[in-house]
Design a protein around this ligand. Structure first.
Ligand code: NBX
Length: 826
């Protein structure tokens, strides 16, 4: 806390902060100052990393005045704040985004040139903070960007993992994971705030005492504690003077923790205790679908949520704030179930610490939370065993039990005599072990529950939470995901952005619906020519990068067909692989003449969870096929396959603007939304996709004639499964599929080793849980339509332009407007 002793009458003491001049001279001067006084070096002696850090700190300076001003304005206005609670933020590199937000790109480039530095080499020096697994984490990053651009009071709360998502390498075509030590060369974008540390308890027991008036009071007595140290990150809006805050928590040992042991005289034990506490924020769990129920993961969840609630209630709100009015000042958005333990935590704070009656507290709590679900896979729904939860958070377990008791009473009242329903809806599951269903808890306590695309929200109501949507239909809503046009168009695709701005003005960057104004230009031959030039140059840039980064040599002219996303059976990378093998087989067997083939380059990017064995076998197979195809002179220039390692946000920013074809081929009813699909469409790729997730909405908006649809619909999938699906039968009765699988099974791509391909082949033939074989023929037919369409460059370009023009809906700014209207302000 800032006391009067720190106040001074100096005119600069309470701001405004003096911002460096936004000129080349001002930038150079600040940069050299940062090199000298921040890095302690001279330009002539500085390393690349010194220069990168000084550049980052220079850009920081330009943001600081706005950051302080935004904070002061927010404190003064006392408006309702969005507390976005997310265990993941997949931010991507910060330098480029912050230069864009401050409109300093050209100034910085010229300033660096004057110092004899190519700014591109400094940009390349930044290690992206990979604090997320995939779509869910990237969505959080897009949302905080949009909220800043829209000047919505927001605090993003999360975890500052010391190690983010693993770095993927390939050894003998197999995935090998390496630790992502993203902090090791310095982290110029973060501001530690030790004065805002928070104490978090774990374990122990609860004590109930009865007061003289008969009221009972329960108190949790934890048996160990850790400190949460917040690190603040700037979240700038796009050139609007707003800088919001992302507050990420890092775990530290408490003094109480080690003092006890120190006093017992065991120094080494005390140091070990420190390591134990700091383990909590050590590493991001790389599983993105099947939660492992690991104790450390529950510790992470409670740790960041407890820090965040305490931070808002005790350190952000005015000291005399009446917490009965809490819902007027905050809405906590739960990004999936990972932060759901915040619900009993708020109840505990209100009842045990602030003296609220239970009903009063419940009333407040229900209005403070809303829950977003991101999945349809039953195995992805998080549950915590009662044994573990009770051991780590005994008071929270008691609270959850009471919430459940009162909730089930409500169910009994609404559906008298329906005990089956009561059991189905219970927050506590009894089998296979007694456990807490976090999605149910979120649904019971949350004011709203939303899915992330129309189809997903419908299936959420009908299939995942049908009993709940029957009880509370008005609780359920949809907000279709979006992506930030700043990072994924303006920053990633500078050439397209210039063409757009030259054609329709620059308003599209913050009002993406204005891309509609592009529609008439789809019929303008010279615009199409320019649009093709942009694509070509983006491809050249990508291939230059892949040559240096991965030693890949790819043909310039071929159609660029891209499938980038986490590796999952339901996403069906194997279906794409079967297509590649079938094209290869057609060529080498002479069924298709070289001149009949539309040349293609297929690029994959995908990380597999380290314990997901089948996914890792699929990676091995993709790499094996790529090796053989690329080395075969018979298909040279006609078919190439690239699998650059370590797909991340930075690589996505290069790949997506270059793509011609976007692969969105999940089994219908499995992909909640997808967001890569939106990024591709906005960058002028055409989609080949199933009727799944947000593909449904993309197709409706861009038009059937500009989208390659294939595969079963979700109801068809259901019927097919009900009828008894046998993949071997499809294999037997589909000659092209049989040839393709036989070629893989023969060991052709693995140096004759049939054993090496058996895990994938056997799974396809005997399991095929996601029906790749059932959709194979339809997929190949759609791919032939793609080939034919690509052979007509004018018509293809027209479709690509219309994809851009009609995808403005997928801006995360629009998603934020929907959240504001349907969830946060209702
Ligand atoms: O969330 C993804 C969905 O699969 C996408 O369809 C959707 O577009 C995206 C954003 O809504 N889900 C996802 O990325 N999940 C995870 O990353 C995840 C991470 C940890 C975990 C479970 C899931 N324990």
């Amino acid at each position: 806390r800032i006391g009067p002793a720190f106040r001074t009458s100096h005119p600069l003491a309470s701001g405004p902060v003096v911002q460096p001049a936004p000129t080349v001279d001002g930038f150079v001067e600040t940069f050299l100052g940062e090199l000298n006084y921040g890095q302690g070096t001279l330009l002539s002696q500085s390393t690349l990393n010194d220069q990168y850090l000084a550049l980052a700190r220079t850009v920081r300076r330009y943001l600081m005045a706005d950051w302080l001003e935004t904070g002061a304005r927010r404190r003064h206005a006392q408006q309702k704040t969005v507390g976005y609670l997310s265990a993941e933020y997949l931010l991507g590199r910060q330098l480029g985004n912050n230069l864009l937000a401050t409109n300093l790109q050209d100034v910085a480039e010229e300033a660096m040139r004057r110092c004899g530095i190519d700014i591109a080499t400094l940009r390349a020096q930044e290690v992206e903070p990979g604090l997320g697994n995939g779509g869910l984490g990237r969505l959080a990053a897009c949302f905080v960007d949009s909220l800043a651009t829209m000047d919505v009071p927001t605090i993003g709360y999360g975890i500052r993992y010391e190690y983010g998502i693993f770095r993927q390498t390939f050894e003998d075509d197999r995935q090998v994971e390496l630790p992502d030590s993203w902090l090791s060369l310095g982290s110029p974008w973060e501001f530690p705030h030790p004065e805002r540390q928070v104490l978090v308890g774990f374990g122990g027991s609860t004590e109930t005492s009865t007061a003289a008036d008969g009221t009972q009071h329960t108190r949790w007595v934890p048996d160990w504690t850790v400190l949460g140290m917040p690190y603040h990150y700037m979240v700038p809006g796009f050139r609007n003077g707003v800088v919001n805050t992302l507050r990420l928590w890092s775990a530290r040992a408490t003094h109480a923790f080690d003092l006890q042991i120190f006093n017992a005289g065991d120094y080494t034990q005390a140091v070990r205790a420190q390591t134990f506490a700091e383990n909590i924020s050590k590493v991001l769990y790389p599983e993105d679908s099947t939660p492992q129920g690991k104790e450390l993961r529950l510790q992470q969840q409670y740790f960041f949520v407890a820090c965040s609630l305490h931070d808002f209630i005790d350190n952000t709100l005015p000291a005399d704030f009446d917490l009965h009015r809490l819902p007027e000042r905050i809405v906590f958005q739960l990004n999936d179930t990972h932060p759901v333990i915040a619900i009993p935590e708020l109840m505990r704070i209100l009842v045990d610490r602030k003296g609220f009656a239970w009903d009063e507290a419940w009333e407040v709590t229900q209005r403070c939370f809303a829950y977003t679900c991101h999945t349809l896979l039953p195995e992805a729904l998080e549950v915590w065993s009662v044994e573990l939860l009770g051991r780590l958070l005994p008071r929270h377990l008691e609270i959850i039990y009471r919430i459940n008791e009162e909730f089930l009473e409500q169910v009994r009242e609404a559906f008298p005599g329906d005990e089956m329903r009561v059991r189905r809806m219970s927050v506590i599951a009894e089998h296979p072990e007694r456990s807490v269903r976090m999605a149910y808890l979120a649904t019971v306590a949350g004011a709203k529950v939303n899915g992330v695309a129309e189809l997903h929200s419908q299936l959420l109501r009908d299939k995942v939470l049908p009993d709940f949507s029957q009880l509370w239909p008005e609780k359920f809503t949809n907000v279709t995901n979006g992506v930030t046009p700043r990072r994924f168009v303006r920053l990633a695709n500078r050439r397209l952005s210039e063409l757009l701005t030259d054609t329709i003005g620059e308003g599209w960057v913050t009002d993406l619906d204005r891309l509609r104004e592009l529609e008439p230009y789809a019929d303008d031959a010279s615009f199409r020519e320019e649009f093709r030039r942009v694509k070509r140059e983006n491809k050249e840039r990508l291939y230059r990068l892949l040559a240096v980064r991965d030693g890949l040599r790819l043909p310039q002219e071929a159609m660029l067909d891209v499938m980038v996303k986490r590796l999952h059976e339901y996403k069906r990378q194997t279906l794409k692989l079967l297509h590649i093998v079938s094209l290869y087989d057609d060529l080498v067997s002479g069924r298709v003449a070289p001149e009949e083939m539309t040349p293609r380059t297929v690029v994959f990017g995908a990380k597999a969870a380290p314990g997901y064995h089948l996914a890792k076998e699929i990676i091995f197979l993709v790499n094996s096929v790529a090796g053989v195809v690329n080395a075969d002179p018979r298909v040279q220039g006609l078919l190439s396959v690239a699998f650059p390692a370590n797909y991340n946000v930075t690589l996505a920013e290069k790949l997506i603007p270059a793509a011609d074809l976007s692969e969105q081929i999940s089994l219908a009813g499995k992909e909640a939304s997808g967001t890569g699909n939106m990024k591709f469409a906005l960058n002028g790729a055409l989609t080949i996709g199933t009727d799944d997730g947000a593909n449904v909405e993309i197709r409706r908006l861009v038009g059937d004639e500009n989208f390659f649809l294939f595969g079963m619909t979700e109801p068809e999938v259901e019927r097919r499964r009900a009828a008894g699906y046998t993949p071997a039968e499809v294999y037997e009765t589909t000659p092209a599929l049989r040839r393709t699988i036989d070629l893989v099974a023969s060991g052709h791509f693995t140096g004759g080793d049939r054993q090496a391909v058996a895990p994938v082949v056997d799974n396809l033939l005997h399991e095929d849980a996601f029906m790749a074989l059932a959709d194979f023929s339809s997929y190949l037919e759609a791919q032939s339509r793609v080939d034919a369409a690509y052979a007509d460059p004018e018509a293809w370009t027209r479709s690509a332009i219309l994809n851009v023009a009609r995808s403005g809906f997928f801006s995360s700014d629009r998603s934020m407007r929907d959240y504001l209207e349907r969830i946060w302000h209702s």
